[in-house]
Write a protein that binds this ligand. Structure first.
Ligand code: CA
Length: 239
């Protein structure tokens, strides 16, 4: 392995890749290096934990199907002492594990096979959120396309027109704004909007998401902002 760690003068950050598939590691290394990220690669979870403690990377890319440790358990172990953003990489047949890993504290996911642009976008969003979590976000206005959410004035507009939202609709929208660009599981949304005893009431979420789309989207059946992540949850578009 060449020592790109030393060569790169300006770096976008250090990424720890925990993945046993050599082909995917090769793709990740080439893509990340060429976009200014430094990379540490390991093939198993135990080694991953060791490198995490040693190097304090800015982000972790974690394969759920590792030979030595279960990826979901590893996510829980990491979250006991580290808030480093984790992007899960999963095969399609591990759909359920993906949701469990997100609920255990992973930040986002990629389903194999994934493309370069998707990978880079997920990394940018996760890193931005990590910085905001530390420094705080004093920008009270969120906007994407023609949708503007003014958190200080509790005002929502589309194309400059004020939109009236009920308290629950507003809470659901502002929760999504807090995680803008990142996937949020249905369970997480239910917990944050309705409370911990409502985490299985997914029909509430579907109903209120439909109401929000009806009020905010030009075409509620083909949403531009309030995106569905099939089998996982929702994502508010950030760009
Ligand atoms: Ca694997």
């Amino acid at each position: 392995m060449t020592d790109s760690t030393q060569m790169q003068a300006a770096s976008n950050g250090l990424i720890l890749v925990i993945e046993d598939d050599a082909q995917i590691r090769r793709f990740l290394r080439a893509t990340l290096n060429s976009h200014g990220y430094r990379v540490i690669e390991v093939t198993g979870g135990k080694e991953g934990l060791k490198e995490l403690g040693l190097h304090h990377p800015d982000l972790i890319i974690l394969d759920l199907g590792l030979p030595d440790v279960d990826g979901v358990d590893l996510t829980r172990q990491i979250r006991e002492w580290s808030s480093t953003p984790i992007i899960i990489v999963s095969a399609r047949e591990r759909e359920h594990d993906k949701v469990t890993a997100l609920d255990a504290g992973a930040d986002d996911y990629l389903t194999k096979p994934f493309g370069t642009q998707e990978l880079l976008a997920r990394i940018r969003v996760a890193m931005r959120h990590a910085v905001r979590a530390i420094q705080g976000d004093d920008n009270p206005i969120f906007s994407v396309g023609s949708l503007v959410v003014d958190l200080a004035r509790r005002q929502v507009t589309v194309d400059g027109e004020s939109v009236h939202l009920t308290p629950i609709e507003y809470k659901l929208l502002t929760t999504l704004v807090r995680y803008a660009g990142k996937v949020v599981t249905g369970r997480q949304l239910l917990k944050e909007v309705w409370g911990p005893s409502y985490t299985n009431e997914s029909q509430y979420l579907r109903l209120y998401m439909a109401k929000l789309r009806h009020k905010l989207e030009k075409d509620p059946t083909d949403p531009r902002y309030l995106l569905t992540e099939p089998g996982v949850g929702y994502r508010l578009a950030e760009e």
